[in-house]
Design a protein around this ligand. Structure first.
Ligand code: HEM
Length: 449
């Protein structure tokens, strides 16, 4: 495995407003901010972000040290807790060490291959009926349509059809999620009137009430949705989740699954729209499969898989991870004191010239067996994180993304201006502020044969 030589500081230093610090620069363009820090200060540097003092770890070696966490110095509760703690309290990602291990072992039972196979059989028809509502036209806003679709899927796969009856209630739940996700990156970190923080606190309350109301039915039933799975699962040694645990995990899981899948499919639609040859190549594979493929049949979508990996490299849905040191530690020879907030800047590793050939180029073949550029360093490509907190839903997330893209390819064809650059918003997870306009048409009969 390669080790990356630390850069020699070259770029001129910039002035920043105290407290606001580099926050605005990060929101505007996290990759540029990370690159600036890396070029100026090397892989380990200090900065100010949303009112706190942080150490930023950049490049695969520094990220690896924190993610492998050999000396158990990096904890999630203080790191993610600082950003989203009150809104995603006791979600799996916010637990640490023994307690995290205990909960992860139980939750893992909801992500076995058999369970994912059950979710996949609900997913096929659910994607199809969601896409029935799309009216293609030359200025179609792909991002909001995909966001609605993935929320609808989440309610069906995660909660079961029984809960989807009340559209008003689902709209409120959706808004509560958005408020929770956006609350953490506000400057004012107290529930003052009119603040994102306050909306987040209210959203959290609404979500708790929602899941508590629906919990007894899921405990009693034998549904195959994720909510039922969390209510029913029991490890070999008889460990189960309490009602509070189920509610806390459901709130976090829905958040973790929703925006991440949406942004992945959004980037794929953009890139496939800009690269028609890849769109045709992917479509040929999709047309060879049934409309609702089984889990094992989805493996046939090898080109879609390459495109997905490349899109996760170019636009990782989670560009940076948060930690806090629970004791003094060292990364690449630099001391980090106990109690320091730490960000792990995965995004930069995905774009480093030292790791990738022509990193800004859309080139899915770089992941093909004969090239495997991601193998140059174990932490070169980490859209799902690494170590004990590595995404528990990465397999299911991939299945959902592929099922959506598969059905899009079978129904529609679309183009995006090759020079289009998405104006991204990074206030929560990344999304295109213009909604990603695409020229969307029903698949012509010529293409369908
Ligand atoms: C393309 C889709 C996805 C991406 C890019 C993604 C990304 C990530 C990343 C980077 C982490 C690590 C966080 C850290 O170490 O601080 C993570 C953790 C997690 N993800 Fe995902 N995720 C995706 C889909 C999903 C889905 C579909 C689910 C659930 C159904 C899910 C549930 C979780 C959970 C529970 C954790 C916390 C794991 C732990 O702390 O042990 N994710 N995800």
């Amino acid at each position: 495995m390669a080790t990356i030589a630390a850069p020699r500081p070259t770029a001129p230093r910039r002035r920043h407003i105290p407290l606001v610090g580099q926050t605005l620069a990060y929101f505007h363009d996290p990759l540029r901010t990370m690159r600036y820090h890396y070029d100026t200060n090397g892989p380990v540097s200090d900065y100010t972000f949303v009112g706190g003092r942080w150490t930023m770890l950049l490049g695969p070696d520094a990220c690896e040290t924190a993610l492998r966490n050999a000396d158990k110095a990096f904890a999630n509760a203080g790191g993610w807790g600082y950003l989203i703690g009150p809104f995603f309290d006791r979600g799996l990602m916010l637990l640490d060490f023994e307690e995290h291990h205990h909960h992860r072992r139980i939750l893992q039972e909801a992500f076995t291959r058999d369970r994912i196979s059950d979710y996949t059989s609900t997913l096929g028809p659910a994607v199809e009926s969601g896409l029935d509502a799309w009216s293609p036209h030359p200025d179609f806003q792909a991002y909001p349509a995909l966001k609605d679709l993935t929320l609808d899927l989440a309610t069906q796969i995660f909660m079961g059809r029984v809960d989807v009856a009340d559209a008003d209630e689902m709209a409120r739940v959706n808004q509560a999620f958005i408020d929770c996700v956006q609350a953490g990156l506000g400057f004012i970190r107290a529930p003052l009137p009119g603040t994102r923080w306050r909306r987040g606190v209210r959203g959290r309350r609404e979500l708790e009430e929602f899941f508590r109301r629906h919990l007894p039915a899921h405990r009693a039933g034998d549904g195959t949705d994720l909510f039922s799975a969390l209510c029913q699962i029991e490890t070999d040694d008889g460990q189960r989740l309490s009602d509070d645990d189920v509610v806390n995990h459901m709130i976090f899981l829905l958040m973790a699954a929703h925006d991440t899948s949406t942004i992945t499919v959004t980037t794929m639609m953009q890139k496939l729209g800009q690269h028609p040859k890849w769109q045709e190549r992917c479509r040929a594979e999709s047309l060879a499969l049934p409309s609702h493929p089984r889990l094992d049949e989805l493996d046939g979508l090898t080109s879609v898989d390459l495109v997905m990996k490349e899109c996760l490299r170019l636009v990782p849905p989670v560009p940076g991870l948060a930690r806090q040191t629970v004791k003094d530690t060292e990364v690449l020879g630099r001391r980090i004191p106990a109690g320091r907030l730490v960000s792990i800047g995965l995004h930069l590793s995905h774009h480093m010239d030292e790791l990738w050939t022509d990193p800004e180029r859309f080139d899915p073949e770089r992941f093909a067996q004969q090239r495997r550029e991601d193998k140059v360093h174990r932490y070169a490509w980490q859209p799902f994180g690494g170590g004990v907190h590595k995404c528990i839903g990465l397999y299911f997330g991939g299945v959902e993304v592929k099922m959506i893209v598969h059905q899009l390819l079978r129904r529609f064809e679309w183009t995006v201006d090759p020079d289009y650059v998405a104006p991204m918003n990074y206030h929560s997870l990344p999304f295109p502020m213009d909604g990603l306009p695409i020229d969307l048409h029903p698949l012509s009969e010529r293409s369908a044969v």
